[in-house]
Design a protein. Structure first.
Length: 166
């Protein structure tokens, strides 16, 4: 006798009874998976709860982005960072990425590391030289300790025109 492939599952959170085809699972794992499914909402209820929450999720994300953007602008003004170059839609993202990466680098190299203020000041000048927003976006997942090497590898296209009267 073959192990059945179709299970009727009563989803306890929502109370709906649904037939599930579990033929894509190994025969010895079907019963356990059906039991696991019974503790979850059915697919229709799950989708309804996800789409109904879209507005609050979008509002939360917009508020978070606005707070990050405000922090990045305040930081750039405080530390005399130049404006970034690039397409309009990449500028804010680049500013946020630069802020997050540089503050992570400061924490890793100075606060937790062995760098002193002179070392950081030299690196800060290199940070100011890279003004292409896309470069900062591309580096957004880098580790803070890698920032000096990444800045040394930045090309001429990534650097803005130098203003000696900053």
């Amino acid at each position: 006798m073959a192990v059945r492939t179709t299970w009727t599952v009563t989803h306890s959170p929502c109370g709906h009874e649904v037939e599930h085809n579990l033929s894509d699972r190994p025969a010895d794992r079907r019963a356990g998976f059906a039991r696991w499914l019974s503790g979850r909402t059915c697919t229709d209820c799950w989708k309804a709860s996800r789409t109904g929450d879209t507005l609050s999720r979008e509002a939360w994300l917009a508020a978070r982005r606005a707070a990050e953007q405000a922090a990045a602008k305040e930081w750039a003004e405080q530390f005399d960072m130049p404006p970034l170059d690039g397409p309009e839609r990449a500028l804010e993202w680049g500013e946020r990425s630069r802020h997050q990466l540089v503050t992570t680098a400061y924490t890793a190299l100075v606060v937790e590391g062995t760098w002193d203020d002179a070392d950081w000041a030299a690196l800060e000048e290199k940070i100011r030289a890279v003004t292409r927003a896309g470069w900062w976006i591309d580096q957004r997942d880098a580790d803070g300790v890698d920032v000096p090497e990444l800045l040394d590898a930045a090309g001429d296209d990534d650097r803005g025109t130098e203003n000696p009267y900053r």
